[in-house]
Design a protein around this ligand. Structure first.
Ligand SMILES: [Zn+2]
Length: 276
């Protein structure tokens, strides 16, 4: 008998919890009438939406009904101007807004980088360098896909260790997903730099790039042919910040090949993502 009651309770608890609803701004905000963020975002562009569930806090076993609930926010999404979404967790309103702008910039940067790599004339380069650029194109495309689809951002976590000295970090989630942990310095960056940080992390997330080298200690700190530059995340950051170049033995040269000028569209969002 006890077992039977428990299973009845489980069914009732589940049905209360499964009724996810999507609201504007907070769980107290206007109900969009949708149950999933994807659909709600498609119909509410340029809005912050939250996905909420009711969790039963008091269950009456005699009537097998839930008599009291609490509402819990399970995900926050920023619906972009084109009606798709980025997930943000544990971010303040300001952080959410900054991250949304940085993502818009990163989307333009990733598109520009991918286009520029594909437009390069590699025919005069050594075969090994051509092969490496083939790999870089693949990673740039993977990063482009990441910034346009699988985007999850975390602003706070219990363990802050991964933030030490970093603006951001890629962290694995369950189910093969990766979220980008945004750390305090990130929110003081220019739009261009913040976008390039997202691309750096996106190449970790999509394509397993490494941090064997960083190229952030001045102009002379560049991707070189003696390094495994195609699999180094900061190579892509460097290209975004300084322009496309071919890593040689002593410098990354923009003169080594015909490099197309960046024909990026007018910058929506951050206002700093332009020419590179
Ligand atoms: Zn990294």
């Amino acid at each position: 008998m006890k077992k039977l009651l428990l299973s009845a309770a489980c069914v009732a608890l589940f049905s209360a919890a499964s009724g996810a609803t999507v609201h504007k701004e907070s769980c107290d905000g206007e109900d969009t009438g949708y149950k999933t963020l994807n659909k709600a975002c498609a119909n509410n562009p340029s809005t912050v939406l939250v996905n909420c569930i009711n969790i039963c806090t008091h269950f009456d076993f005699r009537t097998a009904k839930c008599t009291d609930w609490t509402t819990k926010e399970i995900a926050t999404a920023v619906c972009t101007s084109s009606g798709d979404k980025m997930l943000v967790r544990k971010c303040t309103d300001e952080q959410t807004e900054f991250a949304a702008q940085a993502l818009e910039t990163a989307r333009e940067q990733a598109q520009t980088l991918s286009d520029a790599l594909h437009a390069m004339d590699l025919s005069e380069l050594e075969v090994e360098t051509q092969r490496r650029f083939g790999y870089a194109k693949m990673i740039a495309k993977g990063a482009l896909n990441w910034v346009n689809h699988d985007r999850q951002f975390l602003c706070k976590m219990e363990d802050d260790g991964m933030c030490k000295g970093n603006a951001a970090a890629a962290i694995p989630l369950t189910g093969g997903l990766v979220a980008i942990r945004l750390c305090a310095p990130f929110f003081n960056y220019s739009a261009k730099s913040a976008g390039s940080v997202i691309i750096h992390e996106a190449t970790h997330s999509c394509c397993g790039t490494t941090d064997l080298e960083y190229y952030n200690s001045g102009d002379a700190d560049q991707p070189l042919s003696t390094q495994h530059w195609p699999v180094i995340a900061d190579t892509y950051t460097y290209w975004i910040m300084h322009g496309l170049c071919v890593p040689g033995e002593t410098e990354c040269s923009a003169d080594a090949v015909a490099i197309p000028s960046a024909g990026a569209g007018a910058g929506a969002g951050g206002g700093g993502g332009g020419a590179w």
